[in-house]
Design a protein around this ligand. Structure first.
Ligand SMILES: [Zn+2]
Length: 95
């Protein structure tokens, strides 16, 4: 789980830094695009678990509960804490 968390975070940060460098769009606009990407990935994966031939893994999307969980995770992750890895962020930000 921690490796997955780190891998996904690094992919998002790398994309964020590349688009920031290439477009000069405001940082929050890019973070909103990242949030939109997460939402659209959720929709696509959820759709693959509904319908006539759903994925057999057993996950059943529950939009309201799932959105609440995603919003909670977003809020907790964005809140200032001493555990935020600022050193890593600065390094990637200069890439
Ligand atoms: Zn599945």
């Amino acid at each position: 789980m921690e490796t997955a968390r780190a891998d996904i975070r690094e992919a998002v940060m790398t994309a964020f830094c590349a688009v920031l460098r290439d477009t000069r769009l405001p940082p929050l606009a890019l973070i909103e695009l990242a949030a939109a990407a997460v939402g659209s990935v959720y929709r696509e994966v959820a759709d693959a678990h509904c319908g006539d031939q759903p994925c057999p893994c057993g996950w059943h999307p529950r939009l309201q509960a799932d959105l609440e969980a995603l919003q909670t995770t977003l809020a907790l992750s964005a809140a200032p804490t001493p555990q935020v890895d600022l050193a890593r962020m600065v390094v990637l930000g200069r890439a």
